[in-house]
Write a protein that binds this ligand. Sequence first.
Ligand code: SF4
Ligand code: SF4
Length: 389
Amino acid sequence: MPEALIARPDRDFIRRVKAAGGESVQKCYQCATCSVVCDLSPVDCPFPRKEMIWTQWGMGDKLMTDPDVWLCHQCNDCSVNCPRNAKPSEVLAAIRTVAFGHFAFPGFMGRLLANPWGLIPLLLLPIILIGAVIWQETGGNLAPLFHASVVDFNLFIPHGVSDMMFIIGNIIIFTFAAVGLFRFWRGMHNSWGVQPKRGFISALISIVLEILRHNRFGKCTAGRYRQTAHLLVLFGFIGAAIATAGALVEMIVLHEFLGLEGHYPPFPLYHPIKIFGNLGGFAILVGLAIMIVQRLTNREKVGVVGYSNWLFIWMVGLVTLSGLLCQFMRIAVVPEAAYPLYFLHLVTVFFLLWYAPYSQFGHMFYRTLAMIFARSVGREARELKNNNY
Ligand code: SF4
Ligand code: SF4
């Protein structure tokens, strides 16, 4: 006689998913329309129907290590077609939020980033730290900077100090992030119990190439705009990252170590570093504008977007806008605007990078890892199965 299966629902997990935006999960009556319309779902054990019932049953442990939760790209096709308006797209997003907090290390950082009240201490930290450096540098007297004939950010906060703060902070924070990612990776392996058919590096390379093309977003019907918007933001970030790395190399390697002549910050607008940075910045702003307009005007198709998502959008927007504007104010020699904008830029950059593993940024790491796992075990979307990845 087969052994009886006793379900022990984790009621706290259900409550957390509902609180994170998945309250519609109880409406699901398991018709499976969602799994049929989802182009990203594999043929075997498709999602998101099974995730809906696992959530209803409170099977939190199973969902925490379920790669399918992260293979969903929140295109909303399933929610648009759901006959019960159970919004599986939003339920999966809520499960991701809970999973993210579950793996965050240290755990309180995940909770702070997910709670609007957490914004106060999270913003105070960079404001106080950067403010203290500026105070030390200027002696608390900004008047000479405001009355000078040029705007020199290096006198406000030395580039070397700000660079060191971000580098050291990121090394610490990404070490913490690696702990959460490792636990997630091990959890996927243990719960699926499938031997990989493909090596990690090979799967990683093919997934990175796929992400650069964003072809999974291209499968969306309801949220078709997402591919364009995400690509603009992604390549904007790549442009900005190249510019930042280029500036560091030019500043530290060429000038400090090799003693070579050349441009030292501030770089002229025609300098390749500036061109990369500014083009990247404008691409990010256009991508964000598309996202914001779609989310505000097309809720039926886009679905409801949670706090973490909005926080990420506004922070990326503030970083980009303040970076572009403080540059223009510096060139136009308007110190009263340039220095405060530069301060805002540093605070928001700090916020975005140091808290990256706990914000929507961190979702990208978890999604990428889930995609690598899926590829390594041969779990492919119906639509991608016949492509030669
Ligand atoms: S979420 Fe909607 S479409 Fe999916 S199984 Fe439930 S009722 Fe059906
Ligand atoms: S939101 Fe899109 S990708 Fe996610 S489960 Fe629904 S149809 Fe699939």
